[in-house]
Design a protein around this ligand. Structure first.
Ligand SMILES: Cc1cc2nc3c(=O)[nH]c(=O)nc-3n(C[C@H](O)[C@H](O)[C@H](O)COP(=O)(O)OP(=O)(O)OC[C@H]3O[C@@H](n4cnc5c(N)ncnc54)[C@H](O)[C@@H]3O)c2cc1C
Length: 395
């Protein structure tokens, strides 16, 4: 891989850099939003700004509203977002998972109807996969879809549905044939969250916020036209979505981690340990340097994942390597932050003495979920063992 920029890539970078300089909100990390909903409204308007500038979904094909960005342009995009300290986008699930799934498996009518709203953040998406008795073993899910004329009648419960409270639409997977082996009777459908019979209940997390929800479906009518792919072939569609989740979600994370490690290095110069700046403490220095290097490794892994997607059109099981790496790295990074900040690291946003408005106490607690969401580390290791290393199946 040649990492030097071609004249065209340099033009792309300069155009993006100039755009970000004039459009990126400043000091947004220190916003004191009253609620997660208010913060979300801010991220939504930021995505709209990116969309209006032609910068949302840059890896999507041009005919679907993207830029058809090359591998290098995607790398440049995330580097420049990090450089500008730009906020993340609101419609993470729509842009990174549902949109690519509709592009790969959807009908022309679905593409025309749903893709523009995903890019502009006019319609926010959630992912209704996990159930109380089906997480790692997704194919064991029990939510039920019965055909009734030109609609499916859906009954069941989903759980851990991120952004369920904000979502206009849900990519839902249900069992449409209970008589066949479990992987063969599933169907993926696009469900309007405002349909009668959909009930969303927030779940409170240890961070104090309710990022995810339980969603109940009672006799919810979903048009057959909203089925993605073929009826009873939803397993392949779901795996496509999960591969995108694992392969591409890390891209935005890398921006955050780069900013966080740089901020920790800056803090280490002012926070004192034993009467000297912590940055002079050899143990702290070693840990920060190790973490900085790992964030660069994450970037290299990311490029490998992008490379795979640009060559084959779909992410591969290598996405599991990336998933384990970013989730465990964030836990290490947040641990170092706690060691550096001491008791200050535990102060929440409401405390006037909190450093960076409580971002470190929140970050430490939120990072615990990283090794569970998008497939646990154990499951990712099983996938790598079998599909990447060719070891016998362990489950
Ligand atoms: C922050 C967060 C956001 C989430 N957002 C969403 C969302 O938007 N939509 C959605 O559908 N889901 C979402 N999830 C759910 C997530 O996908 C599941 O929690 C995850 O797949 C694990 O499933 P489970 O919780 O049922 O645990 P289980 O599957 O019950 O696993 C329990 C434990 O057993 C281990 N285990 C299970 N099977 C095996 C095996 N075969 N080999 C080795 N170990 C095994 C697991 O690693 C884990 O440690 C989210 C979760 C979190 C934490």
């Amino acid at each position: 891989m040649d990492l030097n920029l071609s004249p065209e890539e340099t033009r792309f970078r300069d155009e993006l850099r100039a755009w970000l300089e004039t459009h990126t909100p400043t000091d947004w990390e220190h916003r004191r939003d009253a609620s997660i909903e208010q913060h979300f409204a801010f991220l939504r308007s930021w995505q709209k700004t990116l969309y209006d500038g032609g910068w949302a979904g840059i890896s999507w094909p041009r005919e679907h509203g993207g830029r058809g960005a090359s591998l290098m342009q995607q790398v440049i995009f995330w580097q420049e977002m990090a450089r500008a300290s730009a906020p993340p986008m609101a419609n993470v699930i729509g842009l990174g998972m549902v949109g690519p799934t509709i592009i790969a498996f959807g009908t022309e009518a679905q593409k025309a109807r749903f893709l523009p709203g995903i890019l502009s953040a006019d319609e926010i998406w959630c992912q209704g996969f996990s159930e109380p008795n089906a997480g790692s073993d997704l194919a064991g899910l029990q939510s039920d879809g019965r055909l009734d004329g030109d609609h499916f009648i859906v009954n069941g419960q989903k759980v851990w549905t991120s952004y369920g409270w904000a979502a206009d639409w849900c990519e839902l997977v249900v069992r449409t044939d209970p008589t066949v082996p479990k992987h063969k009777g599933l169907t993926v459908m696009l469900v309007d969250m405002k349909s009668p019979g959909v009930e969303v209940r927030p779940l409170r997390q240890m961070t104090g916020e309710s990022e995810f929800t339980e969603v109940f479906f009672r006799d919810v009518r979903v048009p057959v036209a909203n089925v993605v792919g073929k009826v009873n072939q939803g397993w392949d569609v779901s795996i496509g979505t999960l591969m995108h989740e694992r392969g591409t979600l890390g891209a935005g994370m890398q921006v955050t981690y780069q900013r966080n490690i740089e901020r920790l290095i800056e803090l280490a110069r002012t926070i004192e340990r034993g009467g000297r700046p912590a940055a002079e403490d050899p143990v702290i220095r070693q840990k920060l340097a190790q973490c900085y290097a790992e964030v660069q490794i994450m970037r290299a892994n990311q490029m490998r994942a992008f490379s795979r997607i640009s060559n084959s059109g779909v992410p591969g099981p290598e996405g599991s390597i990336q998933k384990i790496f970013w989730s465990e790295l964030n836990q290490r990074l947040q641990q170092i932050a706690q060691e550096l900040l001491g008791p200050y690291g535990q102060l929440e946003a409401s405390d006037p003495h909190a450093i960076d408005h409580g971002a470190w106490s929140y970050g430490y607690l939120r990072a615990r979920g990283n090794t569970i969401e998008a497939g646990t580390s154990e499951i990712q290791r099983n996938i790598i063992g079998h599909f990447v290393l060719g070891l016998p199946r362990s489950y």
